[in-house]
Ligand binder design. Structure first.
Ligand code: ADP
Ligand code: MG
Ligand code: ZN
Length: 596
């Protein structure tokens, strides 16, 4: 069968070969089996359902969460000569009616829709009449409450299978741990289908984590060499988002703010600006779902994300084009307390709450990990890997030292004060301060009072964070963030086990963490000149058609053109990403440049 799939890959999309996993997923779909495919961002999920859709004479319905995303995908397909329709609330009624007429006439291979449009009784009945062959659920993690971006509109997609027992279901996501995968498969096809996990690694992303000290300085230091790049800075609150955007604008950065408190028109305009310009989007997590901008060069978190899945998804927006991109997470113990609080306030389901706490634990352990970040990130998704050489800990390995005696002093204070106080007070007692709270509680009489006086507050805060991350201590939110000893912590206190920690280095100057220089793909100076000419030409075509630039040709395709310098249309056709439709439409214009 792959002969036909391969023919379409070449003759419609202009690609030479499949990427890892694509062919197997296409075979599963064309074989009539329901499937959930988990593939990293940029791996090429769209082709996995677009090719079966083109092969199948029946209609394929694609559900996608974001109007902008739908329009861009439809434009990209049209550019390759594929007949596609899109129906959603961003179009007026007249347009949608015309699109529907084309669908009913059997003129289109793929129909893109938002979930709320699809799941109306009228639309379902109409599609039952036409006889859709395949339903594709893109960004399928949105259907799961366990996932990183639950969307209520997605929940009803669970009814598709009973409404269309003859049709196949193919779901795609870049982010789902095992529990979320099982939940998606259960909801969409009662678990009776295949789950294909293509892997999670994004080797082009540099991973780095740093504790927060003076976050404004740390952020500006991080951004200093990134003035001409596009990136996202994630904040926890709307207020912090506006303030941070202002701060950056004041420092001369092209910064844009985005959060759900802005009017829809403002959000739309800001997003459009970000798609066009090299800019820094300062945003809450309301921003990012379905953002297809391929050249986001960095993602920076100013707070701890909600979970490992959320973190993976948020950093995953960087480097879709496969070129090197940086990620940076800043976090502090306050973030941990806040996150715990959010979880506690998230409904009544104790099991759900416990699970979310565990997930946060995993993220915390990642943040304080002494070893390779990638190893620990991938381990969360049940994937094994060796040290990557492309994260902060691989690049500058932290020293691991024995901290048993210090841990015993700290844990002793926690036990001695009845496990009812938060980190700030515990550290005060340990350092022998004279505060009102200490006096009124008589804590200066405790054994161990002042035992940690030789070290700074910052040092002990870091120490506590590591103890929490290593699950020696836990934060009890119902007791207002009190630190409690876990079984592991008690064992250290009793002298039954040791406590290792990554050496805490307190630097007074805010030296940026060293990181490797990003190695840009190497083109000669002459090729670079050609590349910029090709990019300008691409922009002209994109403007003329009001589509994003990558719909014309991707960066990767232009780079191959610049170095291969095709001299004939045939040679141009052999460049990866140049299909017959694009060759006919843009070929001679680009050839005029490459021929030189
Ligand atoms: P995902 O949805 O998995 O994040 P996309 O489907 O958007 O990724 O694909 C990412 C990019 O890779 C797109 O520009 C797409 O055209 C390109 N691509 C997909 N499959 C191939 C392939 N087999 N060869 C070359 N490029 C591909
Ligand atoms: Mg996609
Ligand atoms: Zn590493």
């Amino acid at each position: 069968m792959s002969v036909t799939a391969h023919t379409i890959l070449r003759d419609v999309f202009g690609y030479r070969s499949f990427r890892p996993g694509q062919e197997a997923i296409i075979e599963t779909i064309t074989g009539g089996e329901d499937v959930l495919a988990v593939m990293p961002t940029g791996a090429g999920k769209s082709l996995c359902f677009q090719i079966p859709a083109i092969l199948d004479r029946r209609l394929t319905v694609v559900v996608s969460p974001l109007v902008a995303l739908i329009d861009d995908q439809a434009a990209a397909l049209r550019a390759n000569g594929v007949s596609v329709a899109a129906i959603h609330s961003g179009h007026d009624r007249e347009f949608n009616v015309a699109e529907w007429k084309r669908v009913r006439a059997g003129d289109v291979s793929l129909l893109y829709m938002s979930p709320e449009r699809l799941m109306t009784p009228r639309m379902i009945a109409a599609l039952q009449q036409i006889g859709a062959g395949l339903f594709v659920v893109d960004e399928a993690h949105c259907i799961s409450k366990w996932g990183a971006n639950f969307r209520p509109e997605y929940e009803r997609l669970g009814e598709l299978k009973s409404a269309f027992p003859e049709a196949g279901i193919a779901a795609f996501t870049a982010t789902a741990d095992r529990a979320t995968q099982a939940d998606i498969a259960e909801k969409l096809f009662s678990g009776r289908g295949r789950i294909v996990v293509q892997g999670f690694d994004r080797p082009n992303l540099y991973l780095a984590v740093e504790p927060k000290r003076d976050w404004k300085r740390q952020l500006i230091t991080f951004l200093k060499d990134r003035r001409d790049e596009s990136g996202v800075v994630y904040c926890l609150s709307r207020r912090a988002t506006d303030e941070t955007a202002e701060l950056l604008a004041g420092e001369g950065f092209n910064a844009i703010a985005y959060h759900a408190g802005h009017a829809p028109e403002v959000r739309k305009a800001n997003q459009a600006r970000f798609m066009r310009e090299n800019a820094i989007m300062v945003a809450t997590v309301a921003f990012g779902m379905g953002i297809d901008k391929p050249d986001i060069r960095f993602v920076c978190h100013l707070n701890l994300p909600a979970s490992m899945e959320a973190y993976y998804q948020e950093i995953g927006r960087a480097g879709r084009d496969g070129m090197p991109a940086d990620t940076q997470l800043f976090f502090g113990l306050d973030d941990v307390r806040l996150r715990r609080q959010f979880i506690e306030n998230d409904g009544e389901d104790r099991e759900h709450i416990l699970r979310e706490h565990k997930r946060l634990d995993a993220l915390l352990a990642y943040a304080e990990a002494p070893g390779c970040r990638r190893v620990s990130l991938l381990a969360y998704f049940d994937e094994e890997a060796g040290p990557c050489g492309h994260c902060d800990n691989c690049y500058a390995p932290p020293k691991v030292i024995d901290g048993t005696r210090e841990a015993q002093a700290l844990f002793g204070i926690i036990e001695g004060t009845g496990e009812t106080f938060g980190g700030a007070h515990i550290v005060d007692v340990l350092r022998g301060l004279e505060t009102e709270k200490i006096r009124s509680n008589g804590h200066e009489r405790l054994k161990g009072y002042g035992a940690g006086g030789a070290k700074t507050k910052t040092y002990w805060q870091a120490f506590v964070r590591q103890a929490v991350a290593g699950r020696y201590l836990s934060i009890n939110i119902q007791k207002f963030g009190a630190l409690e000893l876990t079984a592991r912590g008690k064992s250290v206190l009793a002298g039954q086990s040791a406590f290792e920690l990554r050496e805490i280095v307190i630097s007074t100057r805010d030296k940026p963490a060293s990181r490797p220089k990003r190695s840009a793909p190497s083109l000669s100076a002459r090729d670079e000149t050609l590349l910029s000419a090709l990019k300008s030409l691409r922009l002209e075509f994109a403007r003329e058609r009001s589509v994003p630039a990558y719909v014309i040709f991707s960066d990767a395709t232009l780079m191959e053109m610049a170095s291969a310098r095709p001299g004939t249309l045939d040679e141009l056709a052999s460049v990866n990403g140049v299909g017959p439709k694009k060759l006919g439409e843009f070929g001679s214009a680009f050839l005029a440049l490459t021929r030189g």
